[in-house]
Design a protein around this ligand. Structure first.
Ligand SMILES: Nc1ncnc2c1ncn2[C@@H]1O[C@H](COP(=O)(O)OP(=O)(O)OP(=O)(O)O)[C@@H](O)[C@H]1O
Ligand SMILES: O=P(O)(O)OC[C@H]1O[C@H](OP(=O)(O)OP(=O)(O)O)[C@H](O)[C@@H]1O
Ligand SMILES: [Mg+2]
Length: 289
């Protein structure tokens, strides 16, 4: 029995998804006809689709698992029909309501019934205004939404913003945040009820999890004076404390290695150096299980 894994074929999250899978050891081989691909595991097949279509494919069981944006899952309205397995913590964007800087619209209360709002997210946006009991007109666009207020197509937009550059360049200001989105690993619920498929899916989850975890960690290795080892142990947080091993050529020196947070390295290295540690190596880690 095979697992079908749906991945974005292009767009913002294509590159980070490919890199993550490679780090997770789930390498994609033999990309045939560009829509399908094999992986290093002959029972895990990949299909490439638009990120926007992946929620539906996973909900319907066309794919057993998939990677796509949280925003796109909500827009399709399939959030109750899929299982959320992992937050991959990239593809960060906020869906916001924005208005032209000089529009006089400062807050949601300033939005009047009958105003037009352009968006690539008609369903989420409609629901948002329904909750507020406002009768706005939704204008569905498929991209470059930012232009809509300036060509008379809409009064406002509901669009994604990440760095804020696009909004700023187009002289638009945020009125309200609707949701925050990141990239997610999701699964079909029936697939998780199938013992064989569940086992395979768990393998994928573990592999991706270990790669995500390793991303923020570094392996630090050094030679240190034996008599300073207690002090060194105190300052190295490490996963399970450092490993200390003998250096054959020198009785007074020990080799130390430990896994530490990437963010700790900057402050840690000078302290280790001051304690006499030398040949300090900082190495990226591919996976931690
Ligand atoms: N500026 C951004 N920064 C980070 N993530 C983003 C940004 N814009 C969109 N995303 C996220 O990327 C995912 C896919 O969106 P994207 O727009 O890349 O897909 P697409 O519409 O298939 O590609 P394209 O826009 O190139 O046609 C969505 O879940 C979205 O939230
Ligand atoms: O806040 P920023 O970092 O500037 O990013 C926001 C922009 O990114 C997305 O567009 P994308 O590049 O996907 O183009 P699209 O509008 O054609 O989908 C989004 O729709 C915004 O336009
Ligand atoms: Mg886009």
């Amino acid at each position: 029995m095979k697992i079908m894994f749906a991945l974005p074929n292009k767009g913002r999250i294509y590159e980070p998804v490919m890199k993550l899978l490679e780090r997770a050891g789930l390498k994609i081989t033999a990309k045939s006809r560009s829509l399908f691909a094999n992986t290093v595991d002959e029972n895990i097949k990949v299909m490439f689709a638009r990120a926007r279509d992946i929620p539906e494919f996973v909900a319907d069981g066309i794919a057993d698992i998939g990677i796509t944006g949280y925003d796109l899952i909500l827009e399709r309205g399939v959030e109750d029909r899929v299982e959320f397995l992992l937050d991959l913590n990239f593809g960060y964007a906020k869906l916001v309501i924005a208005a032209p800087e000089d529009s006089g619209i400062e807050k949601v209360d300033d939005i009047k019934d009958g105003m037009k709002i352009a968006t690539e997210f008609p369903n989420i946006t409609r629901k948002f205004f329904e909750k507020l009991n406002k009768k706005v007109e939704i204008i569905e666009l498929t991209g470059a939404t930012e232009i809509a207020p300036f060509i008379g197509v809409a009064d406002l937009i509901s669009d994604l913003t990440s760095t804020g550059t696009t909004l700023r360049l187009n002289r638009l200001k945020v009125i309200e945040e609707i949701l925050t989105s990141t990239t997610r690993l999701i699964a079909n619920k029936n697939s998780l009820n199938n013992k064989y498929k569940k086992e395979k899916i768990n393998k994928i989850v573990l592999a991706i999890k270990s790669a995500l975890y390793a991303e923020k960690k570094r392996l630090i290795m050094m030679n240190a004076p034996k008599d300073k080892i207690d002090e060194i142990k105190k300052i190295i947080p490490g996963l399970a404390g450092p490993t200390v091993s003998e250096v054959l050529s020198d009785d007074n020196i020990v080799a130390v290695h430990a896994v530490v947070d990437e963010d700790e390295i900057f402050n840690l290295v000078p302290k280790l150096h001051a304690l006499g540690a030398r040949d300090i190596l900082i190495v990226p880690i591919e996976r931690i299980l």
